[in-house]
Design a protein around this ligand. Sequence first.
Ligand code: ZN
Length: 277
Amino acid sequence: MILSSFLVIWNTVGDSREEPSALAIGLALALAFFLLIVVPIIGLAQSIGKLPPRKIKPRYKLFLAEIPLYRHLDPKAKQRFEKRVQYFINQKQFIPRSRGLVIDDRKKALIAGTAVELTFGFTRFNFDHFQRILIYRDNYYSKISQQYHQGEVNIRGLIVLSWTNFEKGNADREDGINLGVHEIAHALKLENKIINRNHSFIQPKDYKDFQMAYKSFIDGYGNAHGFLRDYAKTNIHEFFAVCCENFIERPKEFQSKVPALYRLMVRILRQDPAAIY
Ligand SMILES: [Zn+2]
């Protein structure tokens, strides 16, 4: 039906006594192919979570107001944020690891929201390597390190979080300590190394500057002391994670107290939260 009407319109515009040209037939077939084959496939892929969804489900959107960056975005950027949250939720498996722990919509929305918040500067970013998110109720014992942990990221593609500590991090959004941002930052830095469509998004020059910033920090130079907590000295991975926590939680303070490092983080993460909130 669509194909024949298109041909009729084409003929009315041209000379109705002539046969439709090869171009007209080609265009009509392309249009029919798009409408009858491509559009339904996109719809199906969106519904089963293989492609970015057109919009967020209201039951998740409800909780995004808890995320500072989201609250400060304009309506268009808010929509982009929402779609990315829904895509993250569609793509990942959320697995409870404590008896009786329920993974409700709020948990999913806030974890996905944290991942989108940290990577909102990138055009497309969905932590392809990390497919499973394990959630414990509280600190958990690791048989490997023989210690209690609050969270970790595993190269096998796991992000592990303890919910009490995740909530604690969000309860004070100005102290530069946020477990969710911290673990997501570890995942982000690993994604940069792993060869997939997300790798090498940190420019080599920026990473070199970051290595130098870390060296100055552990050598006691610069003004990051007293602003970043001492845990950032552990190694460059922890330094990156702690920088991300401060970048997200107190960007204005970060910018005024350690301007050079803040500017470098803006280049690495391609966003400038101090300019937004
Ligand atoms: Zn860490």
